[in-house]
Design a protein around this ligand. Structure first.
Ligand SMILES: [Mn+2]
Length: 343
């Protein structure tokens, strides 16, 4: 702390204006406190998967007090965090992207990369062998149909959005909470921090990261698509006729306390249920007290908070569900009252 001579300021004493000079102590606020102060005054509205449903998005933003500004929206005290999956499935993909991108550019929002944007990038990018990073098979083509329709005869605009996807972070974290499209796993996040660009995006030349079997590729895939568990005795035929025994799992729950049916997502009814074996119970589930928000899982019904520190915000707007947000105000324990949604 030192003393500094301030510029003369004018003050009014008994109605008479005088110029005086003040000597004020200078106090330097340490950077970690500056950050804390900043994060305390900006609050966040975290918004689940949109999938081209621009009208519900505009209704949700208006319901939360955001006002139209340019192509996007702005709130005087708050920022939005979008959890990814802006494209595919819905009727207004272009308008959705306009809103989200404009809000990011005006610093009224942070947009995280979803697996649909990542898939689109891989679909259009070739690897070192000259093959597309995502194969052009019927299933993958069908998944992108709505997006391709939306950008018909607007190829250069689509190219601009693809370039923009490469700049979006794969996760977001501040002092108070974490946000990711599908799965927060500390080992994966560590791997991403090592290999991704400074803002945790894929970067303009990302094809070197997309090599099946490498740790960074697995970390990207699990972060954006969620982990799967191999169950030895539970093989089933998927909709393409392939025999499979891998299941998406609830990485936010302790498997030791669940039967397999409850731990796995879409576990076929006809398969036997039993307590997860030892290798399953050693699954690296999310056991931190720092709140985490994610989307991706197509939850049904009335938007419900999953727990005090865990909050999935994908309530299936693309399947006649609700576009859902959580209004975060700095709390350590999340609360159902802060969930908000529109049809
Ligand atoms: Mn998704």
């Amino acid at each position: 702390m030192g003393c500094t001579s301030a510029e003369p300021i004018s003050v009014s004493v008994l109605g008479k204006v005088q110029l005086i000079k003040l000597y004020l102590p200078t106090v330097e606020i340490p950077s970690h406190l500056q950050k804390k102060l900043k994060s305390k005054f900006v609050m966040f509205d975290i918004i689940g998967d949109i999938h081209g449903h621009a009208q519900p998005l505009e209704r949700l933003l208006e319901k939360m007090g955001y006002k139209k500004k340019g192509d996007g929206y702005k709130h005087p005290q708050r920022k939005a965090i979008f959890l990814g999956d802006y494209i595919d499935r819905g009727p207004e993909i272009l308008r959705t992207l306009q809103i989200v991108k404009s809000m990011v550019e005006e610093e009224n929002a942070v947009a995280i990369l979803g697996n649909h944007e990542y898939n689109a990038l891989c679909f259009h990018t070739r690897n070192v062998n000259g093959d597309y990073c995502r194969s052009h098979n019927i299933k993958n083509i069908l998944q992108h149909t709505k997006t391709h329709e939306a950008f018909l005869n607007k190829e250069s605009l689509w190219a601009e959005y693809l370039t923009w996807f490469k700049t979006l972070p794969l996760f977001y974290e501040n002092e108070n909470f974490r946000a990711v499209h599908a799965c927060w796993n500390s080992k994966n996040i560590k791997m991403l921090k090592l290999h991704l660009k400074d803002n945790h995006s894929l970067g303009l030349d990302f094809s070197g990261l997309i090599n099946s079997g490498t740790p960074i590729y697995s970390a990207i895939e699990e972060t954006l698509k969620g982990p799967e568990l191999e169950v030895k005795d539970a093989s089933y035929e998927d909709f393409e006729g392939n025999q499979r025994n891998e299941f998406r799992v609830k990485w936010w729950k302790n498997p030791a306390k669940l039967g397999l049916k409850e731990f796995c997502i879409n576990y076929p009814e006809h398969l036997p249920d039993y307590a997860p074996e030892k290798e399953h119970t050693s699954f690296d589930w999310y056991n931190d007290s720092k709140p985490v928000f994610w989307g991706h899982y197509w939850l049904d019904g009335r938007p419900n908070l999953l727990g005090e520190h865990i909050c999935c915000l994908d309530f299936s707007i693309a399947k006649n569900g609700n576009l859902t947000a959580y209004r975060y105000n700095g709390e350590n324990k999340l609360t159902q009252e802060n969930m908000i949604w529109v049809k």
